[in-house]
Design a protein. Structure first.
Length: 352
C-alpha cells in the first residue's frame, strides 16, 4: 500500500493481487451506504461490471452501472453531459459517489464528471489497464478532450482511494499492456535508475506482467513523490510530461484513435531526446539506451510521413504551451530529468 500525503486530500493506494475480490469491503471502509454510480466502458463492463455491482449491493450500496463506448473518443464534453443526465436520473446528490472502473479514458472521464457534478461528489478509482494502474489513476488530474487538443478541459481533484489489482491485467490485449509499459519506461528514465535496471533485466511484456505488483509499486513511487511535492503541476511534477508534449500532438494528428497514448509517448521520448543529444543537452548514447528499451517492449520509436507543420500546430494547442514559451523535459542521465523552458517556436527543431 502507498499513501499519498496531500493534507486534507490524502488517500491510500491498495496494490495487491486479488484485491478486487474484496472490493465491497474496501468501499465500505471508505464510504457509508449511499448511491454509487460505477462508470465503465463497453469492454470492461462485461468483465467486471456485474461483480462490482454485486459486491457493492452486498454492503447496502444503491449501485448502478453507467457504460460508455470504449475508446478515447468517449473522453468528451458530449459524453460527460450524457453522464450528468444519467446521474440526475439516478437521483445522485452531493452525498453520493462515483467509481471509475476501467483504463485511463474512464478514469479521466469519470474523475472529471465526479469533480463537476453538483460541484463534486465522492470518487474512487479502480484502474483495469496497466497504463491507468501505473499512472493516470493517481495524482488527481481529470480531463476531457476537445477538437483542439487532448485533455484541454479538466480539473485537479484527488480520488478518495485507489484499488489496484494486477490480476485484472490478465484480460488486457498485448497492445494495451505495451501502452502502459511506455509510462513505466518514462518513470524509470526520469527518476529511478533502479527501476530502469529492473526493466533491463526483464525479457518482454509477459515477463513484466509476472512481476507486475513490484513494477507497478515502484513506478507509482515515482509519481507519488512528485505529486506530493507539486500537486498542481507547476514545478517538479512537469517531469512526468517527458515525451508527452510531442506524444499528445501525435495523438491529436491521429484523431485520438489511430495511435495509442503509450505509442505517442514512446515516439515523443525518442524524438525529444535525439535532438537534445545532438545539441549536447543530453549525454551521448542516451537515445540509443532509450530506443533499446522501447524496442524490447515492441513500442514504436518513430512515425513515418508525419506532417511536421501540423504536428507543431497540434503541440502549440497543448496545455503545456504557455504563451510564447513551452517547458520541455530532457534527460540528464537515465534516472534524472530536467525541465527546460524554450521559445515555443523552437520546438520545431525537435520534430525533424
Amino acid at each position: 500500500m502507498l499513501h499519498i500525503n496531500l493534507n486534507d486530500q490524502s488517500y491510500d493506494i491498495i496494490i495487491e493481487a486479488g484485491a478486487f475480490k474484496k472490493v465491497g469491503s474496501w468501499v465500505n471502509q471508505l464510504w457509508h451506504p449511499q448511491k454509487v454510480a460505477v462508470i465503465t466502458d463497453s469492454h470492461v463492463a462485461p468483465l467486471y461490471g456485474e461483480a462490482l455491482l454485486t459486491a457493492l449491493k452486498s454492503h447496502d450500496f444503491d449501485a448502478t452501472l453507467l457504460v460508455v463506448p470504449a475508446g478515447e473518443k468517449s473522453k468528451s464534453l458530449l459524453q460527460a453531459t450524457a453522464l450528468y443526465d444519467q446521474l440526475a436520473a439516478f437521483g445522485m446528490t452531493r452525498s453520493d459517489g462515483i467509481i471509475a472502473l476501467g483504463g485511463g479514458v474512464i478514469g479521466d472521464l469519470a474523475g472529471f464528471v465526479a469533480s463537476t457534478y453538483m460541484r463534486g461528489v465522492h470518487f474512487l478509482q479502480i484502474p483495469t489497464s496497466l497504463l491507468a494502474q501505473v499512472d493516470s489513476s493517481i495524482g488527481g488530474k481529470t480531463a476531457v478532450n476537445t477538437d483542439s487538443a487532448k485533455n484541454l478541459v479538466g480539473t485537479f481533484s484527488q480520488p478518495e482511494g485507489v484499488l489496484i489489482d494486477p490480476e485484472l491485467l490478465a484480460t488486457l490485449p498485448i497492445k494495451r499492456v505495451q501502452e502502459g509499459i511506455a509510462e513505466i519506461i518514462k518513470s524509470a528514465a526520469i527518476a529511478d535508475p533502479i527501476l530502469w535496471q529492473t526493466l533491463v533485466d526483464l525479457t518482454d511484456e509477459t515477463d513484466l506482467l509476472v512481476h507486475a505488483t513490484h513494477v507497478i509499486t515502484e513506478t507509482l513511487k515515482v509519481k507519488q513523490q512528485v505529486v506530493e511535492e507539486d500537486p498542481f503541476d507547476h514545478g517538479s511534477r512537469l517531469t512526468l510530461n517527458f515525451g508527452h508534449t510531442i506524444g499528445h500532438g501525435l495523438e491529436k494528428l491521429a484523431a485520438f484513435g489511430g495511435l495509442s497514448h503509450g505509442e505517442g509517448v514512446a515516439i515523443g521520448m525518442v524524438m525529444i531526446t535525439q535532438h537534445a543529444e545532438e545539441k549536447g543537452l543530453s549525454p551521448q548514447g542516451i537515445t540509443e539506451e532509450l530506443i533499446t528499451m522501447i524496442r524490447k517492449f515492441n513500442l514504436p520509436i518513430a512515425v513515418p510521413d508525419v506532417d511536421r507543420s501540423a504536428l507543431f500546430e497540434a503541440i502549440t494547442h497543448d496545455k503545456k504551451a504557455r504563451g510564447k514559451q513551452i517547458k520541455i523535459i530532457l534527460l540528464e542521465a537515465i534516472g534524472k530529468a530536467k525541465i527546460v523552458t524554450i521559445p515555443t517556436e523552437d520546438i520545431k527543431n525537435y520534430l525533424l
